[in-house]
Ligand binder design. Structure first.
Ligand code: ADP
Ligand code: MG
Length: 618
């Protein structure tokens, strides 16, 4: 189109498209669910706007919030159309090419090191998956605030936009037209598309239709001369019985022929899984729902889920999931992003997935959905954000989330110290085995950040803490396990911080404690230093950094005597080292092999903290 305005794709987007075009062996099916997911998002947006302004929906067909799939076998075109919010010319330029999403380069990098294209939706670049199956794509879009435009690209580094003077007016919404590649012919088969919608888009909250061709029986008048010879099918057997001979002779003869007709056939049954009773929802349905909610279409199942409803002053239903893996940018954006992964619905209507009032930051790794009957529908997002019942919802969500995480540990046979307590079903055992270690490796840092940030739930979170220690034998241990192994007379929980377990195992601070069979926790994550400034005690036991002063072991009768006899030496050391270097010099009972050690004062930074502050990393 000569009148079209031409644009270049942003460099990173261009690279992504090259990768997609050339990925010969990946699963091409995924483009359909990405397009349907975008259509569904666009429908959510217009429905949300219509809450405060009914006019935006228009009338007649335009007001129908639905998705339509159409096939044109002759021209090898597959089109997906929605009556969603649509895109203005500016939206088309920004969203489909000139501005790279934050996940773009992360995804390109992943793909270059053999990543899975299946995860494209999680990185916010799902649209470009159309080039898995098409070599030319047109996006026709009509937004209420603008004229109808066509975006088009052959994925050759450039795209073009023109005002649409060729196609029928859309009213409102977007139609994506895929000119399929030679080898992508299977996507012109109705059955294939139906199967894909069933498999990947079952939980979309808007009806998905396909323009389906059917063979139907049509009755037509039978030709005079053929009557009697041609086999004719009467309308229905039951009717036939009622008709007597005489009358049937007067009736004009008809025959039935097969004829092809097309009509819209709905492919999903728009069920809100969260409104159903948890007893009626199967594990497979929960897993599938998780996938569509999180766009995580990896093979792995979520580690846990919790489906519940709250009644009383504030009513809501919720489904929460612990994903099998942390999102690529979970901790990267921790302090500057508020993005929660919970979707908020009010009376079945999607409101927002950027509501930071629903969960505290440290639980942002959870995925899920909240649907409340108590919140008002027809107010702005900002007003909603300040609604008093959000506090109650948040409190309950945290409680339920922590319960769900605790259950992963309780059901994990690896977690149980108690060897006799293994009467669980074998298969059950297999499935839950090692799940908590997996959880801990992915999300342990979130639990630690929770201990730092959430004073009200500190003890509950501390229960979820895992670590290695001098006695954990290469596995993970909990504070409860530590306490159960404490020596009689031991008052404090001992720990040591550093860069690695290997480094800590050689520490002189451990010599005596080890010899005397005390357990010492190894904290090797930089965040642990901060953690221990907040976690002062657990179950009435204080924490003691064994590299700091104040380590109390069993009483040593000779201690006083020794102190006395080394008094002069201690003084000489102190004077020699000078006050700006050391606070005091003491006779120690913590060493075994090493002659001396530098100890931090009780309230000072540990040597490890000094190191962290110098490198300024968290
Ligand atoms: P994501 O859906 O994660 O934002 P995509 O690459 O799938 O990423 O889509 C990019 C953007 O293009 C969307 O955020 C949206 O703004 C716009 N978009 C895509 N499809 C549609 C559509 N059918 N209707 C309206 N906007 C759309
Ligand atoms: Mg998308």
């Amino acid at each position: 189109r000569s009148s079209a305005e031409k644009f270049e794709f942003q460099a990173e987007v261009s690279r992504l498209m090259d990768i997609i075009i050339n990925s010969l062996y990946s699963n091409k099916d995924i483009f359909l669910r990405e397009l349907i997911s975008n259509a569904s998002d666009a429908l959510d947006k217009i429905r949300f706007l219509s809450l405060t302004d009914k006019e935006v929906l228009g009338e007649g067909d335009d007001a129908k919030l639905e998705i339509q799939i159409k096939l044109d076998k002759e021209n090898k075109i597959l089109s997906i159309r929605d009556r969603g919010i649509g895109m203005t010319k500016e939206d088309l330029i920004k969203n489909l090419g000139t501005i790279a999403k934050s996940g773009t380069s992360a995804f390109v990098e992943k793909m270059q090191t053999g990543g899975d294209l299946n995860l494209i939706g999680q990185f916010g670049v799902g649209f470009y998956s159309v080039y898995l199956v098409a070599d030319y794509v047109e996006v026709i879009s009509k937004h209420n605030d603008d004229k109808q435009y066509v975006w088009e690209s052959k994925a050759d580094g450039a795209f073009a936009i023109s005002e649409d003077v060729w196609n029928e007016p859309l009213g409102r919404g977007t139609e994506i037209r895929l000119h399929l590649r030679e080898e992508a012919g299977e996507y012109l088969e109705e059955d294939k598309l139906k199967e894909l919608v069933k498999r990947y888009s079952e939980f979309i909250n808007f009806p998905i239709y396909i323009w389906a061709t059917k063979e139907v029986d049509v009755e037509v008048p039978a030709d005079e001369d053929e009557s009697g010879e041609e086999e004719t099918t009467e309308s229905s057997p039951s009717e036939e019985e009622e008709v007597d001979e005489e009358e049937s002779e007067k009736k004009p003869k008809t025959k039935t022929i097969k004829e092809k007709t097309s009509e819209w056939e709905v492919l999903n049954d728009v069920k809100a899984i969260w409104l159903r009773s948890p007893k009626e929802v199967t594990d497979e349905e929960y897993t599938k729902f998780y996938r569509s909610l999180s766009k995580d279409f990896s093979e792995e199942k979520p580690l846990a889920w919790s489906h519940f409803s709250a009644e009383g002053d504030v009513e809501f239903k919720a489904v929460l999931y612990v994903p099998p893996k942390a999102a690529h940018d979970l901790y990267e954006s921790y302090y500057n992003s508020n993005k929660s992964n919970l979707k908020l619905y009010v009376r079945r209507v999607f409101i927002s997935d950027e509501f930071d009032e629903l969960l505290p930051k440290y639980l942002n790794f959870l995925k899920g959905l909240v649907d409340s009957d108590t919140l008002p529908l027809n107010v702005s997002r900002e007003m909603l954000q300040q609604h008093s019942s959000l506090k109650t919802i948040k409190k309950k969500l945290i409680r339920k989330a922590l319960d769900m995480i605790r259950r992963i540990a309780e059901e994990d046979p690896d977690e149980s110290n108690d060897k006799e307590n293994t009467d669980m079903e074998a298969s059950d055992n297999d499935e839950k085995k090692g799940q908590y270690t997996k959880f801990w490796n992915e999300f342990g840092k979130s639990i630690k950040l929770g201990i730092i940030e959430d004073a009200a739930n500190r003890n509950r979170l501390a229960k979820l803490l895992r670590f290695e220690s001098t006695k954990s034998d290469g596995k993970l241990a909990s504070l409860d396990q530590y306490i159960s192994r404490m020596k009689s007379g031991q008052k404090d929980i001992f720990y040591l911080t550093g860069t690695s377990k290997e480094q800590l195992e050689k520490s002189p601070f451990l010599e005596r404690l080890k010899r005397k069979n005390y357990e010492v926790i190894f904290f090797t994550d930089p965040v642990d230093e901060y953690l221990m400034q907040y976690l002062m005690e657990y179950e009435d036991k204080k924490f003691q950094n064994v590299s700091k002063e104040g380590v109390k072991l069993g009483k040593d009768s000779k201690e006083k005597e020794l102190k006395e006899s080394y008094k002069d030496l201690s003084k000489w050391w102190k004077d020699t080292l000078a006050t700006e270097n050391v606070d005091s010099v003491k006779v120690s009972n913590r060493l075994d092999q090493s002659p001396c050690v530098v100890v931090t004062s009780k309230y000072g930074w540990s040597a490890n903290m000094e190191r962290i502050m110098q490198s300024q990393t968290l």
